[in-house]
Design a binder for this molecule. Structure first.
Ligand code: DAH
Length: 341
């Protein structure tokens, strides 16, 4: 009977090791057949029971049944292991399968540029200001020293709305008065935002565009402060400390004196297509805030003065990134936008 005992433990050990070694459901099935199947080793052993004495039957009957249970359990658990694997790996992995292209979202170029500009002005102590895109004549013109019959109003190609006294702002200078109403001087504001002009579009003009407006008001503000601010901002935006500025007289009703500020070309020093072979690029309108503008906003021009500057945000971005058509900005053209993802 010792013989039978040894056989039981040998079969158990062998079967368990073969179950473990089985790497596929097919090989597992052949292990099952060779031990637990109708002609399997265990079934064989069970059939020898009938030749035993009653006593031995009592001992080995239950022993063989328990062995069968253990092996069946071991088989089931290995089977579910292999099934799980085949669902997750090789069986479903087709190296030739077509994977649909997934597009990744990113910030729009507008958002990126406005964030760059805002962080430059924030680093200089400015607060970011906002104003409505639908404006009144007062904020867009009157408060900026542009009275009703002033020819400067015509040059703005205004989109008038059907409601009386409502228009789409033609520039972000309209935020100046909103800022002065909210904050007593000293104040330093930077207002980026969308503007509208009823113009024919081409590669450098659009009916909808974005401007940045800066306003600084304090006591004894000088032109030197304006120029230093402009140069620092442009150097940071274009990422080069070599950038110089040059100033030409300019006329804007809300500043006196008014200037146009050019920057030296960030890409060359001898002339290139970006600077149209002049080495200079026109970048900002600016000046010292006209006393009338301060006065109409309740600021005493004998106590305070300030500077203001404005620029086209698309224009700066077009120069920085070599963009050749302003209309691409709001075109939702994916290949264009992807370049800035
Ligand atoms: N608002 C002007 C425009 O749209 C730009 C500008 C010029 C803003 C001179 C200013 C300034 O603050 O001082 O063309």
């Amino acid at each position: 009977m010792k013989n039978l005992k040894t056989k039981i433990s040998t079969i158990e050990a062998q079967c368990l090791s073969e179950l473990k070694k089985a790497r596929s459901l097919e090989s597992l099935e052949s292990v099952r057949v060779s031990y637990l199947g109708r002609n399997g080793a265990l079934t064989d052993l069970m059939s020898t029971l009938k030749t035993l004495s009653l006593d031995d039957k009592r001992t080995f009957g239950p022993a063989l049944n328990q062995l069968k249970q253990r092996l069946t359990l071991a088989y089931e658990s290995r089977k579910s292991e292999l099934e799980k694997k085949s669902n997750t790996s090789d069986a479903l992995f087709d190296v030739t399968a077509y994977k649909p292209h997934q597009m990744q979202g990113s910030l729009h170029l507008y958002t990126q540029i406005i964030e760059q500009l805002s962080s430059i002005f924030i680093s200089m102590g400015y607060t970011i200001a906002d104003g409505p895109e639908m404006e009144t004549e007062y904020y867009n013109f009157t408060t900026l020293n542009i009275p009703e019959d002033h020819p400067a109003r015509d040059s703005h190609d205004t989109f008038w709305l059907s409601q009386p006294d409502r228009l789409l702002r033609t520039h972000t200078s309209s935020v100046q008065a909103h800022g002065m109403e909210k904050t007593p001087p000293p104040l330093a504001l930077f207002a980026p935002g969308r503007c509208y002009r009823n113009e024919a579009t081409d590669a450098t003009h659009d009916f909808m565009f974005t401007q940045g407006e800066g306003v600084f008001i304090d006591k004894n503000v000088s032109m030197a402060q304006l120029l230093a601010t402009a140069q620092t901002f442009l150097q940071q935006f274009f990422g080069t400390e070599k950038l110089k500025i040059r100033v030409r007289p300019g006329y804007f009703p809300f500043v006196e004196p008014g200037v146009e500020i050019d920057g030296s070309c960030p890409f060359c020093d001898k002339g290139c297509s970006v600077c149209k072979y002049t080495t200079w690029i026109e970048l900002l309108g600016a000046g010292l805030i006209h006393p009338n503008v301060l006065r109409v906003n309740g600021i005493d021009p004998d106590q305070y003065n300030g500077f203001a500057f404005g620029f086209g945000i698309e224009r700066l971005a077009m120069i920085k990134y070599g963009i050749t058509d302003i209309r691409l900005f709001h075109s939702a053209n994916i290949p264009f936008l992807k370049q800035f993802a």
